[in-house]
Design a protein around this ligand. Structure first.
Ligand code: ZN
Length: 99
């Protein structure tokens, strides 16, 4: 049985993608170590720590738990958080750290 606490990790290595917040190519994505597939591309961490510091952890926002529940055959009513949208609308530079 897969340990969900360690199955999804920030991808190792130097591959970087466009950050959803600052749009620079400095974004590290979460990867499913079992299938080798990426999580949705807003999950990850921007390495421009002083300028951007966007990060969204799929464990903290409940996404991983939802995947796990679905794999158990349970219904979930989990919805992604929409904080990115409101930041864009308000034109604010906000941190997307979900505590
Ligand atoms: Zn960024």
């Amino acid at each position: 049985m897969t340990d969900y606490n360690f199955r999804y990790i920030l991808e190792k290595g130097s591959k970087k993608y466009h950050c959803p917040e600052c749009t620079k190519r400095r974004f590290v994505l979460y990867i499913d170590t079992e299938t080798g597939e990426y999580l949705p591309d807003h999950y990850g961490r921007c390495d421009r720590e002083s300028k951007c510091s966007y990060q969204l952890n799929p464990y903290k926002d409940g996404y991983i738990k939802m995947l796990w529940e679905e794999e158990q055959g349970n219904e979930t009513n989990w919805k992604p958080q929409q904080r990115l949208g409101s930041c864009v609308v308000l034109n604010l530079s906000c941190q997307l750290v979900i505590a």
